[in-house]
Write a protein that binds this ligand. Sequence first.
Ligand SMILES: [Zn+2]
Length: 485
Amino acid sequence: MSKNSTRARRACASIVAAVLLVAAFALPPAADAQRRGNARRAANASAASTSAASRRDPDVARIVAEIDPRNIERTVRKLVSFGTRNTLSAQDNPTRGIGAARDWLKREFEEIARGAGGRLSVELQSYTQEANPPPRGRVLQPTVISNVVATLRGTQPASAARMYVVSGHYDSMCTSPTDATCDAPGANDDASGVAAIVEMARVMSRREFDATIVFMAIAGEEQGLLGSTYYAEQAKQKSLNIEGMFTNDIVGNTLGGNGVRDRNTLRVFSEGVPSNETPEEANVRRSTGGENDSASRQLARFIKETGATYLPGFNVQMIYRRDRYQRGGDHIPFLERGFAAVRFTEPNEEYKHQHQNVRTEQGTIYGDLPEFVDYGYIAQVARVNAAALAALARAPARPKGVGLVTRRLTNDTDLQWTANAELDLAGYEIVWRDTTSPVWTNSRAVGNVTTYTVEGMSKDNYFFGVRAVDREGNRSPVSIPRPVR
Ligand SMILES: [Zn+2]
């Protein structure tokens, strides 16, 4: 822009300001109030808010960079080398069967723990599943189910009890879920997810996080979500504070059965209406909206935001479903017990390479073999997970007790919440979006307060939420309000 045009613009702006000033004095009081009201609403809607995007933490960027596809390939091929990992297969054979895979994973996590300054602990969580044969179940005789659990303890006293769980399942199956001896390489379903969490544990355990992260290789998924059900039920009984759970299941194939090659998209499935919603909560939701605002959906939005921040160009595709159509995964037992949870899966599945006996028919290869897995893609999946987990575990907890106060009929929106306990808390942000928007679009810092009135913006016309921010700018996922009087 030339100096002249700048000068001309300034002059023009001065004239406009002068005219407005004159007009202001000339207006009657009511019109003046209206003008100020309009100005305030305009400010509310634009100038006093910023986009809802998350901040970029250089150390999270380093975590993302350190995820190495070579380690992921090594883990997948090692898991495949056990021949089968069917949950009903041998548990005492050192080279074949699920027991060998379980012991190898435990040793692998223990090796990682050696470089983690005592923060990573490794244990087997085992129980005996009673027989539940077909047609009802998929367990022919009483079977020990073992989850391999590596826990990276949080280092901030106020946050260490807050947990995020990330999983893959290490069991596999061929065509028959109860065939314990057929080859079931399970390279994609789900050595891919397990390899991702092992690599995340390696990179993330070298660092400190405020909250606790649990890396879990689950057994019994193909037998009916047995290992995840056991873990989630124990967690519920112990009142563990699990604020988010991610399952990675079938995250390694980039050439779909539909012929589409897509190395740049990851689906994140999240339910809209909570699986454990009570009839009373359903009544409130029907009256106020919110079928698109479960805690799991907020988690999915958070993951999409951090994905865009740390992996620009990689598409985290939100799917508004609990899981694929009429199918299930290890996040569901968590959802049923009231924990926010999401599922990650590749964009286009290839059913020739899932749950199939390894064979060649008329030149077509069937079976879940390691040559059909894209290791660079699994690394991208691990990066999306790791970035979101790191951002979650460094951020404050999402605000609790968030209420939208409905004592008065007003065009303002009155919000309240309870104070967070973290010592490094800086304050809170109000976020909002149009009711038709899939993601939060606006935010406003409101300071370290526990009530806030959004003036001139009606709760009828927007969805509002609250999130907590610490002194480094780490933001929690959003909590949506319930109506309170
Ligand atoms: Zn699976």
